[in-house]
Design a protein around this ligand. Structure first.
Ligand code: ADP
Length: 265
């Protein structure tokens, strides 16, 4: 199977806010596995798309979920008219053909998936396909990137120490205000003044983290609000729909968030 569909042909807009591009490039040069650490909606996926484009590698993205098993990554036999036929999973395709494989929120997946990635993330660089009786050596261009949200993890659901220690990490906390404002302007079409207000709202909401909110408003949410305003909605309505209502169901926390937001408008 060709990986042409996974090639990124035009530059995904990415606004750097540190040395993440240099670090990722250096990691890729050494084919070291990378963990992008940060809250949801802060640019991790966009970053890996941008890097795959820069490096000229196809990108296979897999969003992990709690029912995901090792077979969903590695592959399985399927019953077809001519009998059972082996189908490579997305990770196996990336390993064989030299793509960057991005496992988004890998910690969501069942524990057996980590067993699959371990031999790929050390000097062996192999993917054992037990059910297919095969050990696949990684293509020279293959690289593994995962994302990890430190805010979500509980003691029961966390990456094992033996997994964590295999990865280089790049920190993706929220960008500084001027950078985030530029991103909101570019991605939502909001003017600079509106983007500044939205970024201030984002910062206020992030101050409520740990005081009723698990996480503050993401850059993605600020972009949504900007798009609604551009579409003609009043700012207060846009912010209510794109930030306040999605982020919490607790009436008291909503009131506190509303008050914090009103102070910015
Ligand atoms: P994550 O993968 O961390 O959940 P995404 O990469 O999907 O988040 O980011 C959400 C949205 O925020 C993106 O679609 C993009 O519009 C915007 N975004 C966030 N950070 C950046 C950035 N540094 N440069 C460009 N766009 C960004």
């Amino acid at each position: 199977m060709s990986l042409d569909a996974y090639r990124i042909t035009s530059e995904p807009y990415y606004q750097p806010h540190g040395d993440e591009i240099e670090i990722f490039r250096a990691a890729y040069d050494e084919r070291l596995p990378v963990m992008l650490k940060g809250p949801t909606g802060c640019g991790k996926t966009r970053f890996v798309e941008h890097m795959a484009w820069r490096l000229g590698r196809p990108l296979i993205t897999v969003a992990a979920h709690e029912d995901m098993t090792a077979a969903d990554l590695a592959g399985r036999y399927l019953l077809e008219p001519e009998g059972t036929v082996w189908h490579d999973g997305p990770l196996t395709q990336a390993v064989r053909q030299g793509a960057i494989c991005y496992l988004d929120e890998i910690v969501e997946a069942r524990q057996d998936t980590t067993v699959v990635i371990h031999p790929l993330t050390d000097a062996r660089r192999v993917l054992p396909l037990e059910k297919h009786n095969e050990i696949v050596s990684a293509h020279a261009d293959f690289q593994l990137t995962i994302s990890y949200n430190p805010g979500y993890q509980s003691a029961v659901k966390d990456l094992k120490e033996s997994t964590k220690q295999r990865f280089l990490a790049i920190d993706f906390s929220y960008p500084p205000p001027q950078v985030e404002s530029a991103i909101v302007t570019r991605e939502s079409g909001a003017d600079a003044a509106l983007a500044d207000v939205l970024v201030a709202i984002g910062q206020r909401s992030r101050n409520l983290q740990g005081h009723g909110l698990d996480e503050g408003a993401s850059t993605r949410m600020l972009i949504h609000a900007g798009r609604l305003v551009r579409g003609g909605l009043p700012l207060a309505t846009a912010v209510q729909s794109s930030i306040v209502l999605p982020i919490t169901d607790n009436p008291d926390v909503r009131a506190a968030l509303r008050a914090a937001i009103d102070a910015c408008m």
